[in-house]
Design a protein around this ligand. Structure first.
Ligand SMILES: Cc1cc2nc3c(=O)[nH]c(=O)nc-3n(C[C@H](O)[C@H](O)[C@H](O)COP(=O)(O)OP(=O)(O)OC[C@H]3O[C@@H](n4cnc5c(N)ncnc54)[C@H](O)[C@@H]3O)c2cc1C
Length: 405
């Protein structure tokens, strides 16, 4: 189903569709006959395709025109995602950079940072990664321990470890949250940096997942030198800068879900192909439940979209869309596995990747428990969870925790 396009949106849809019709034969083939196999060839082809999408106005749709974007709204971004999905071609490779990190640099970066980094990011010439999570700082992101120390000449020295860093294995740069002051409460002593992944002292190690891919990495920093102009958003303002990134992360996951194929028509078609399942009341009932949840989330998503289009910031309730989409798609994967049996997990099949990838998406972009806590506190007005670390300098937290244990 398309959005209820206005005249301008219908014109943008027609323009996107016409561009895709003309250029889709140049898109890299990732599935089925003739699919690229070699990992580095796939990355090179997807970077080149991202460059073409950017030239065609199908990347950075919401970025301002000054930075190579289209200066359009989130509804046009969804239209773009829908048309790319319909054309059955890959979208941009660097969804993290273009969807989350670029907008953070647009919001908080200096003019020099914007003119140096945004163009190559948009065109896929330089891929970016998000260096936020650490072994002891995921849900509790403000607990990051990677440490950047200010030098006398104004430069910085960075040491520490990040984990779950998607795309670091082929990234040129990362946006990294580090502690620059341990003598203030944990949210206050943080600073955001741009880090070149090929800098001396940076080591990237892949982590292989159940889906067979190694899209995550551990990244180690051993006394890495960073220039003074690597800081984004000001020293000590890392938390606010990180919140901008996370807001864009939730919006990207929410707006991208249709493009990822998590919609009930696709699930229903897979099940309807099996004559027995088609008549089975239990299967029909479960499919109906999934379809109604995903339909509800689609319209909730349209409400979020309308708010975004008016320039409003989506509230914490938009986290509910992420939870519902991911849980609905996991339930659909389970149902498809019940119906198709072991074929559902065949490597060449349509579903194995989705079934093995989705449990990870429960954690990415905020876990279900954390999103539900936020909704409980900020939307429903429930009492907040006790916070023992409030107002206490980061350097004293460990001793308080040990004393409380
Ligand atoms: C597909 C994927 C891609 C990712 N990509 C990146 C990336 O590119 N860059 C990056 O920086 N990070 C990335 N991450 C990391 C992601 O942000 C973290 O997994 C997430 O923040 C959760 O942190 P954690 O894994 O350390 O879990 P933890 O925070 O250790 O949580 C473990 C469990 O405890 C629960 N829990 C924790 N605290 C509470 C609480 N206060 N109340 C109730 N329950 C609680 C959680 O809900 C969860 O179930 C990615 C993760 C995934 C799965």
């Amino acid at each position: 189903m398309d959005l209820d396009d206005t005249q301008e949106q219908a014109a943008y849809r027609a323009q996107a569709r016409a561009w895709l019709d003309e250029h889709k034969s140049q898109a890299p083939v990732l599935d089925g006959a003739g699919a690229l196999q070699d990992e580095s060839e796939i990355i090179a082809a997807r970077r080149a395709w991202q460059g073409k999408l950017a030239e065609g106005g199908l990347a950075g749709v919401t970025w301002p025109k000054d930075f190579g974007g289209q200066g359009l709204g989130p509804i046009e971004q969804v239209i773009c995602n829908q048309e790319i999905a319909k054309a059955k071609v890959p979208g941009i490779l660097d969804a993290i950079g273009v969807g989350m990190l670029g907008p953070t640099i647009i919001a908080h970066g200096t003019d020099e940072q914007k003119s140096r980094y945004l163009g190559p990011m948009l065109h896929g010439d330089e891929v970016w990664c998000q260096l936020f999570s650490e072994p002891a700082a995921g849900s509790d992101l403000a607990a990051v321990q990677a440490r950047a120390r200010l030098q006398e000449d104004g430069s910085w020295r960075l040491s520490g470890q990040k984990v779950w860093t998607t795309n670091a294995q082929f990234a040129s740069y990362g946006l990294l949250l580090a502690r620059t002051d341990s003598d203030v409460p944990k949210h206050k002593g943080l600073t955001m940096f741009i880090v070149p992944i090929d800098a001396q002292g940076v080591t990237v190690r892949g982590l292989r997942q159940i889906s067979g891919e190694a899209e995550f990495n551990e990244v180690f920093f051993d006394d890495v030198a960073l220039d003074a102009d690597a800081v984004v958003g000001g020293v000590g303002n890392g938390w606010g800068t990180a919140m901008t990134t996370l807001m864009f992360e939730r919006v990207t996951i929410g707006l991208g879900s249709e493009g990822m194929g998590y919609n009930s028509n696709r699930f229903a078609q897979a099940i309807a192909a099996d004559a027995d399942a088609r008549r089975d009341p239990e299967v029909r009932h479960t499919l109906g439940e999934i379809a109604s949840e995903l339909l509800a989330v689609r319209f909730t998503g349209y409400r979020t979209l309308s708010a975004l289009q008016k320039g409003q910031v989506p509230g914490p309730e938009s986290g509910l869309a992420k939870i519902t989409i991911v849980n609905g798609a996991i339930k659909a994967g389970d149902l498809i596995t019940d119906v198709l049996g072991p074929d559902a997990l065949s490597e060449d099949g349509e579903w194995a990747y989705m079934i093995s990838f989705l449990p990870g998406l429960k954690s990415a972009g905020g876990t279900e428990e954390i999103l539900r806590n936020t909704i409980g506190e900020r939307v429903l007005g429930l009492p907040p969870a006790p916070r023992l670390d409030k107002g206490i300098p980061f350097s004293e937290l460990r001793s308080k925790e040990t004393a409380a244990a």
